[in-house]
Each structure stands twice: as C-alpha cells, then as structure tokens.
Write a protein that binds this ligand. Structure first.
Ligand SMILES: [Zn+2]
Length: 344
C-alpha cells in the first residue's frame, strides 16, 4: 500500500469516525488539513479541548493529528468503543410508518372501555426482552419440579411469548445487557410462580387427597382407641370410674390432635422459584406513544409493536400486572385495569 493510499484511507476513516459520532467534518480531498466540529464528550475522547479543532495528516501543533505513529489510534479506538454502537441495525420493510396507520393498528388491537386514545407518535426502536429460565420446586410429602421459561418486555413490563421469534432472527452475540436483570426478575418470577401453581394442580390435588386419606386413617384409629379406653377392663372385670374414663378420653383426643398437626406439617407446601439463566434479546419494532383521556384527566402510555411478530403487545394492568388488550381506566390517575380486575 502506497503512502498516498494510507493517507487517503486514514482521511476516510477519520471522516466516518467523526460523522458516526454525531459530528461534522470539512476536509476537502485536495487540502492538507480540515476542520471538525463534534459534541464535547467526543472531543475530549479524541484528546481535544474544544468542540471545534483542525484535523490533518501531520504537521499540526494543536488539533487532531491523523497519523499511525502518534496517539491517534488509541484515541480513535477509545472513541469507537464508547460512542459508536457495535451491534446490528435491522431494516423493517413493512412497518406502518404513517401516524394514521399507527392509530388504526392501535385501535384494532385494543379495546378502551371508558377512555379515548389518540396516538402521539411512533418511533422505530429495538424492543428489549429478557427471557428467564427458572427451576421451580414444590416440596410437600412428595416433590414436584419443573424448568419454566418466561419472556418479559423490559420497558412494557409485561410477559409475552416469543414463539418462533428467535428462529426468525439472525442472532448476533453482543456483550453485556441493556437492561439490568433486576428490572425484570420480579415480574418474571411472579408470572412463573402463578403458571407453576397452575401446572402443579394435579400434583397439589394428589397431595390433598393423600392428606385427607391419612387424616381419615388417624381418626379411625383414635376412635377405636377411644372406644377401647371406655370399655370395661375384661381381666379385672371392673368398669373404670368416670374420672379415669374422662382422663383416658382426654389423653386420646390430645394424642389425635398432635398426630393431625404432625400430618399437616408433613404435607405443608414449600415452594422455591430459583432463577437459572437469563438471555436478553433486542428485537426491531416500534414504540408508539398514546394519550389516554379519561374524563378530564389524561395520561401517556408507551405501546410496543414487535416488528418480527407484527403485533402490538398488551398494556400492563395496574392491579394484577398481567398484560391486557381490553382495559378500563380509573378517573383521576388514569390507571389501566384489566377486565377480570375491574369485574372483581
Ligand atoms: Zn388485572
């Protein structure tokens, strides 16, 4: 590679670096030097004091010297790593891009029971999801366990299904997570807990039946004991006096109560929902801001349109935390409430 080729590549690289970090650069190809104007944090990352500075391949007293021997490469690497996004951007050819089409997409998906909804704006954005895997254990007289998976829209704070979404996407590993795990852990865990209790219903019923069976056996056994205690002693052929009888009966009743309590304890439930793994996915989509008007009060909500699955995600119910498409709103706070919560 000749010296002029290197110079020209360095110049192109510098131009792209400045432009990708939100700056502008004026450096005509036939000029030895140019001028750059960048945001303050970029300037300082490039080792410059002011937002505007001269740029040249060499021979500068002050400004950015674009050469392979000096500090330029370090400054460029630092700036790239900090300010230029390293993950992919997806194109979405069939997005409803007009505001009027946002409105119809929203109106088709949602039922607003006692409020009016108007779309304010929609922006193309990656939607961030956390998929959690949990190990769920229910311990009673026996053990039930499962591995459960749940996906949470980090910003919408609702649980949703990713279905075959991950197969439809070209997944690229990126380092770190965009949302902290604790922003979604609780939502995911409580969802998994409800689902697990539902899935474990047959097991719970079986435990209940066993408990009832063991209770019956205990009662029968102690009824027999109690009858025996009341019967006259055949060997000595004398009936017990009423005090003795009462004392024996009391002892038998106390013993039965103790055994029943032990039984309840043995069948008591202990449930553990333990997070096993977390994966974060960024899916191309739209964030649509809507204004909900309920009587004199208004409130803005952000809805998410998943561009791969081509659907709007539900809004989070302020009472139960479940996602819902059919919503009531409270008068003053304009809190969304799902139908089951509203009916309750
Ligand atoms: Zn609800």
């Amino acid at each position: 590679m000749s010296a002029t080729e290197v110079a020209s590549q360095l110049r192109d690289f510098t131009q792209r670096l400045i432009e990708q970090t939100g700056g502008i650069i004026d450096w005509p190809a036939d000029q030895p030097r140019g001028t750059a104007l960048v945001p303050e944090d970029i300037a300082s990352s490039l080792g410059q004091r002011g937002e505007s500075f001269p740029v040249a391949l060499s021979g500068l007293d002050a400004g950015l010297s674009v050469d392979l021997g000096g500090e330029f490469l370090d400054a460029a690497a630092r700036t790239l790593a900090t300010f230029v996004p390293a993950h992919g951007v997806f194109a979405l050819p069939s997005l409803p891009v007009k505001k009027s089409s946002f409105q119809s997409v929203v109106d088709q998906a949602f039922g607003w029971q006692n409020a009016r909804c108007s779309v304010l704006q929609g922006v193309v954005t990656p939607i961030v999801y956390h998929t959690w895997w949990f190990h769920v254990t229910l311990r009673s007289e026996d053990i039930w366990e499962t591995l459960a998976e749940v996906t949470v829209n980090c910003d919408g704070r609702t649980c949703c299904s990713l279905d075959g979404l991950l197969d439809a996407m070209d997944l690229q590993p990126v380092s770190g997570v965009a949302r902290a795990p604790d922003t979604t852990l609780e939502i995911a865990a409580s969802h998994v807990q409800q689902r697990a209790l539902l899935a474990a219903r047959p097991f719970l019923n079986r435990m209940e039946q066993r408990l009832e069976r063991d209770r019956q056996r205990l009662r029968q056994y102690y009824r027999a004991l109690s009858r025996e205690a009341a019967a006259p002693n055949r060997r000595v052929k004398t009936a017990p006096c009423p005090e003795q009888l009462a004392a024996r009966q009391r002892a038998v009743t106390l013993e039965l109560q103790r055994k029943l309590a032990e039984l309840e304890e043995r069948y008591a439930f202990d449930g553990v929902v333990r997070p096993a793994a977390l994966a974060e996915f960024r899916v191309p989509g739209l964030a649509i801001d809507v204004r909900i008007q309920r009587k004199a009060a208004t409130r803005t909500f952000r809805l998410f349109w998943n561009g791969i699955q081509k659907r709007l995600e539900p809004l989070r119910c302020s009472r139960c935390g479940q996602g819902a498409y059919n919503l009531w709103f409270t008068n003053d706070e304009v809190e969304p409430i799902c139908i089951p919560c509203h009916d309750a």
